[in-house]
Write a protein that binds this ligand. Sequence first.
Ligand SMILES: Cc1cc2nc3c(=O)[nH]c(=O)nc-3n(C[C@H](O)[C@H](O)[C@H](O)COP(=O)(O)OP(=O)(O)OC[C@H]3O[C@@H](n4cnc5c(N)ncnc54)[C@H](O)[C@@H]3O)c2cc1C
Length: 486
Amino acid sequence: MRTPAKGEGLYNVVVIGAGTAGLVTGAGTAGLGGRVALIERNKMGGDCLNFGCVPSKALISSARLLAKMRRAEDWGLRKTEPQFDFNEIFARMRARRAQIAPNDSAKRFESLGVDVFRGQARFESAYSVKVDNQILRAKNFVIATGTRALVPKIEGIETVQYFTNETIFDELKSKPESLIVLGGGPIGCELGQTFNRFGVRTTIVQRNVRLLPREDVDVSEFLENRLASEGISVVTNADARSVRRDGDQVKMSILRKAEAPVEISASTLLMCPGRQPNIENLGLDAAGIRTNRRGVIVNEYLQTSQPHIYAAGDIAGPFLFTHMADAHARVVVRNILMPFQFLRQKIDYSVVPWCTYVDPEIATVGLNEGAAKNKNIEYDLIQQELKNVDRAVVESEDTGFVKVLVAKGTDKILGATLVCKGAGDLMHEFVLAMKYGIGLGKISATTHAYPTFAELARKLGDKYNKTRLTPTARVIFSWLYRRKLA
Ligand SMILES: Cc1cc2nc3c(=O)[nH]c(=O)nc-3n(C[C@H](O)[C@H](O)[C@H](O)COP(=O)(O)OP(=O)(O)OC[C@H]3O[C@@H](n4cnc5c(N)ncnc54)[C@H](O)[C@@H]3O)c2cc1C
């Protein structure tokens, strides 16, 4: 049978959005032999490559080195103030990003057998999508349109210039004198710490009573103290009421509960107060697809209200991470191929890791104390301070702690939170253990190389084992020892 020309005939799958979710769906479908079209209206690679993970982590890497150089004395070196050019740091970030970009390019995807279309996609019906005056028809569709920065309706917002994650990495032309970051979630904290380390006087304004409200209170407090110690002004429990331009400054009026409004000012404003779904102008009504304020409503198989139309990635939530967009896409590729619902896979949210790349990193998997309490789940808490890990001490990186929750009276890991250098990588021992039911006892029985940060996990296992040493067992062991000496 003749393969129809690009855009003609019937596709197995039409994917809208070439961010992580769309790219993985496109490559996966083509790799299994499916005929697939991928539509992107902006940059191939979506948020993660262009406006998110990649540029932010590249800047964080420079900022971390700067902070380390300023701490040179901690390693017995002379105190130093590093010399740097702000624009060169940004140029490096763009060069690093450009190095990764070919992986997500239209050329590469065409070479994998994906038909790539550029333009705004819009459903004409539940079985057709229009892009650039061309109608694409398919058996299945995947909505992978992601989210964008939420810009809150603050009085005067239309009168001031502000940056979002979509503009800050490419449109900021020189080092700002000072910065207000609106939002104390992961993106606001990461970028706030980074800019401050670049010598930009930074204020983080957070509506919630604490930074990173999804984490435990002690974790938020640790971060707030850390950022404050680096010179960042953190204003929590604060509502941004209005903004105005005054010469070269942006003035923001903020209201803290039970206090009179105060005005803060900076040369530059960065908006990180949350995300909003890209659901506009998609023709979702024409296709009969239901949405809510978070995005497209899906069932556990990631099907929308039209079972042949799936949604994946940020637009389907609830975890807005690249690795979850990837995980969604893998489930969607499989489910589209399966002929019957009973063969389809449900998305599994039981072991979802995430990391906030502040310094030191904050990584979490599964339940933390707050979540366990909310769900009335009984747990035992095993905690380890970094200052008792030899590698951390010799590296002068002994600030931080790790908390592991185990099901009460057992070694079954319910969750772990790591606050330390390299937490995002170290977390994966716990991720694997949780996924495959390996308890803390078994981690304790696993030899870890000395001296490594990974010893943290073994030490937590040892601590768990100590909790199992009941007074009766201790009496028996003591008796056995005495017997040997007799
Ligand atoms: C500053 C920042 C840092 C981040 N850091 C991390 C991190 O370190 N780790 C992590 O896991 N996650 C991180 N994230 C989150 C991560 O970027 C997202 O979870 C991920 O990009 C979601 O992928 P996606 O495919 O769902 O959507 P997106 O990457 O947003 O892709 C959606 C694509 O759809 C396109 N599109 C939308 N509507 C249409 C339409 N009608 N027609 C055609 N195309 C359309 C858009 O242009 C976009 O390219 C970060 C996000 C930000 C903003």
